[in-house]
Write a protein that binds this ligand. Sequence first.
Ligand code: DGL
Length: 261
Amino acid sequence: MRGAIGIFDSGVGGLTVLTALRKRLPGQDYLYLGDTARLPYGSKSETTIRRYALKAAAHLFNHDVRLLVVACNTASAHALPALAKISPVPVLGVIEPGVRAALTSGARRIAVIGTEGTIRSRAYQDSLRRRAPEVSVTAAPCPLFVPLAEEGWSDHPITDQVAEIYLRPLLDSGIETIILGCTHYPLLRPSLARVAGPGISLIDSADAVTDAVVQRFRGAPTGRGGAGQVVLHLTDASDRFRRITRTILGGDPEHLEVVDL
Ligand code: DGL
């Protein structure tokens, strides 16, 4: 996969980024690594998240990717500087593009939701404060959203109830925009949008990082043959992960390999 765009997530949530990228840059080759054997990253310590992220990135570097997209908010929050230091290729995380998209919307009261690790890192909160000190920022971890997304309950009364519990205090505080600071959360968009209501915009970090990659690659040479090959590497390919992968990609992946890091 020499010259492919390398994408890495703790699991299969980052496939939302792969899907968004393929739509916008169909001629590129993609190598996606989902560290499903070590998922979730969101509840782990900073040291462990960084160690896992470095291993995952090394795997993609060994396959000569031309760009590393860290399609995991938790890994972006804790490991981006460490990854940038060792990377032989440009590295893009999801946090800064998400922050830029939220500020571009013009909102002055922004909420960030994500895993416990992402919220604890304060990566979003600090970046928003640095770029726009006048903006009010609130943040909430939503740990049950990842299992609900993986269960495929994207439009489900239980997800509505959980979202109501997590989002109600944010909504009552008058926020205008919610950054979906986890690559699993776009999968729950129907429930989240219903609970948030029509006046609240939901910023998808998958879309935001895709814009950043497209800007970088517009006019760049495509992958071999320009047909766009997609290879999936998972560190565990249980039936459950295969099923979720099919759901997100809308069909079976052409090339799926189980790898050890
Ligand atoms: N995909 C991860 C993220 O964007 C969440 C899943 C996990 O906890 O590993 O933060």
